[in-house]
Design a binder for this molecule. Structure first.
Ligand SMILES: [Zn+2]
Length: 209
């Protein structure tokens, strides 16, 4: 499986724990991201690959939607303010984070685990597989991440409350290169106490499972 999709071919991908995958999708496709075992955060990036690169921007999305978090019916917008994806169904209790960066090598070094797998490196690796060398890393959408801010502005990450099989469905608004990860944080609390897989299905219709 090469991650490329013809418009009529449903595609199912399992993203192994501690890893990420590039997935090319077409305008109008439906992307279902399922947390098979529960409490597993999945990071999503989206890129418009053309003469110039555009990408899903969580800050533009917060600004245009006037919200810290995504809701059904709202879109995710690019750095240039273009709608890239729309959240059409939320089969999870949420919340979904748009405030944090991806987990990264510096984070794991701070907790005494140098060299640990992380979503940032998994993104860069996935993009390299697509022949793209990123000079920067946009912040991802962190599906199923339980990190609502406190009223006083503090940001804490708690264990995900997503149950086994919790999912989201996105509709693509243009041709995109997605990167989806199964987050690599394996110390309490983000993903519970362990990292598990994420299932992704790409289909030309919303009803496909
Ligand atoms: Zn992560």
């Amino acid at each position: 499986m090469d991650g490329n999709l013809k418009s009529s071919d449903p595609l199912s991908i399992t993203i192994a724990p501690y890893s990420g995958r590039p997935i090319r999708v077409s305008s109008g496709d439906f992307i279902r991201i399922t947390d098979r075992q529960g409490q597993q955060v999945s990071d999503l990036w989206a890129f418009v690959v053309g003469d110039t690169l555009d990408w899903l921007s969580t800050s533009q999305t917060r600004d245009i939607n006037e919200s810290l978090f995504p809701a059904v019916g709202q879109s995710f917008y690019s750095d240039k303010g273009r709608p890239l994806l729309t959240l059409v169904e939320d089969g999870s209790p949420g919340p979904h984070d748009m405030l944090f960066p991806a987990c990264n090598s510096a984070l794991f070094e701070r907790v005494g685990r140098p060299g640990h797998p992380n979503c940032r490196d998994n993104l860069l690796l996935a993009m390299q597989e697509e022949g793209i060398s990123l000079p920067f890393v946009p912040d991802p959408v962190d599906f199923f991440q339980n990190s609502l801010p406190s009223a006083d502005g503090r940001l804490n990450v708690f264990a995900s409350i997503n149950p086994p099989g919790g999912f989201v469905v996105l509709r693509t608004e243009c041709d995109l290169l997605l990167v989806v990860t199964a987050c690599s944080v394996d110390f309490h609390p983000t993903n519970g106490d362990r990292c598990t897989e994420i299932d992704v299905t790409v289909s030309p219709s919303h009803g496909h499972r």
